[in-house]
Design a binder for this molecule. Structure first.
Ligand SMILES: N[C@@H](CCC(=O)N[C@@H](CS)C(=O)NCC(=O)O)C(=O)O
Length: 310
C-alpha cells in the first residue's frame, strides 16, 4: 500500500500517549492511515521541515496540510470523515473541554507518577531534551517526592471516570464511544505501558477496568508504515487544499495575508512563522515555505496556542 496526497500520515512514535489519543480516533472511525515514526527526542529535521518549528508529537499530514496538536488533528478527522461521529450525544462542545482537562491536569499527574517512579525512559539525553522542551529542570528527585501526592490526584480523576460509568453505561457519554473515550483513555494507556505502580491505581475501579478493555478493543484502524523521506516527498509534490477565508469575528482583526507567529502556550513553545490563510474561533492555518517540502499550510487549534501578529 503506497501513500498518496490524500492519505492520513501520522508523525508519531508508539509510546507517545498523545499519539494513542489519535490512534483511538482512527480506530473509532475505522480509518486507514500511515504511521511515520519520529524520534522521541530532538533533532527531528524531517518533522520540523513540515511544521516550521513545532516539534511535539503527534503531527498529522495530509498532502501539504500539516496539523499540529491532537485537538486540530481530531477536528480535521471529524470534518473529513464525519461518520461515525465522535460526538455521541450531549458532548459537541464539552467534548473539547474534556481534552483540556485530560491533556493538562490528568496528563501531568500521570507524568509525575511515571517519571517519579523511575521509568527507564529517562536517560540523560531524554532529560536534557525535556528540559529544553519545557524550559524547566526535569527534576526526577522532585518528581519522586511528588509521586505519592500525584497518585492521589490521579486516583481522584480515575474516580470521576468511574462515577461517570456508575449507571452501567458502556462508554462515558452513553452507549457509543466518542471523543470522551479518546481524551480519557490515553493517560491510562500511558500509565500501563510505563508504571506498574500507577497501573495498580486503575485496578481499584471495576467499571473503569471494563471500560478500558472496551476502548482497547476499538483498536487503531488499519495501520501502514511510511518513511520520513517518503512523507516529505508527498508534501513536496502536493498542494494544500485549505481555502482562503476571513473571519469577521477575529477579536484582533487577523486577516488572510497577515504575517503571524504561532506557538503553544504551555511547553514546546517553538515559534512557527507564516502567512494567515484562514482562521476561526477554533483554528488558524498559516502558509510557509520550506527548502525541502516547498509550500505547506500548517494548522493549529486556538485554545492552547498564542497567535502573535508580525
Ligand atoms: N498539546 C499537544 C501535546 C503533545 C505532547 O505533549 N506530546 C508529547 C509526546 S506524547 C511530546 O511531544 N513530547 C516531546 C517529544 O516527543 O518530543 C497535543 O495535544 O498534541
Amino acid at each position: 500500500m503506497t501513500a498518496t496526497a490524500n492519505s492520513i500520515i501520522l508523525h508519531q512514535y508508539d509510546i507517545s500517549p498523545f499519539s494513542e489519543k489519535v490512534r483511538i480516533v482512527l480506530g473509532l472511525k475505522g480509518l486507514e492511515w500511515f504511521a511515520c515514526d519520529e524520534p522521541v527526542i530532538m533533532p527531528k529535521p524531517e518533522l520540523v521541515a513540515l511544521t516550521g518549528g513545532y516539534r511535539k508529537i503527534p503531527v498529522m499530514q495530509i498532502g501539504a496540510d500539516i496539523y499540529c496538536d491532537t485537538q486540530i488533528i481530531i477536528r480535521e478527522l471529524e470534518k473529513r470523515f464525519p461518520t461515525p461521529s465522535l460526538f455521541v450525544g450531549g458532548d459537541r462542545g464539552i467534548g473539547w473541554g474534556i481534552g483540556m482537562w485530560t491533556d493538562r491536569v490528568f496528563f501531568q499527574a500521570a507524568v509525575a507518577i511515571i517519571f517519579g517512579g523511575g521509568a527507564a525512559l529517562a536517560d540523560e539525553a531524554f532529560i536534557k531534551d525535556r528540559e529544553k522542551l519545557t524550559g524547566r529542570p526535569f527534576d526526577i528527585e522532585a518528581m519522586k517526592a511528588a509521586a505519592p501526592m500525584m497518585a492521589e490526584q490521579f486516583r481522584a480523576q480515575l474516580g470521576w471516570l468511574e462515577d461517570q460509568l456508575a449507571d452501567g453505561r458502556a462508554f462515558l457519554m452513553g452507549d457509543k464511544p466518542g471523543i470522551a473515550e479518546a481524551n480519557a483513555y490515553y493517560n491510562l494507556a500511558f500509565i500501563r505501558w510505563t508504571s506498574p505502580a500507577g497501573a495498580k491505581l486503575i485496578e481499584a475501579f471495576p467499571k473503569l477496568l471494563a471500560w478500558e478493555a472496551r476502548v482497547r478493543a476499538i483498536g487503531h484502524g488499519t495501520r501502514h508504515e511510511i518513511s520520513r523521506e517518503d512523507a516529505l516527498d508527498i508534501a513536496q509534490a502536493a498542494s494544500s487544499t485549505e481555502q482562503v477565508s476571513r473571519d469577521a469575528g477575529e477579536p484582533n482583526g487577523l486577516a488572510p495575508g497577515d504575517r503571524v507567529t504561532v506557538m503553544a502556550d504551555d511547553y514546546g513553545r517553538d515559534p512557527v512563522v507564516g502567512e494567515v490563510v484562514s482562521s476561526s474561533a477554533q483554528h488558524i492555518a498559516i502558509r510557509r515555505k520550506d527548502p525541502r517540502v516547498g509550500e505547506v499550510v500548517v494548522h493549529f487549534p486556538r485554545t492552547g496556542f498564542l497567535v502573535i501578529k508580525g
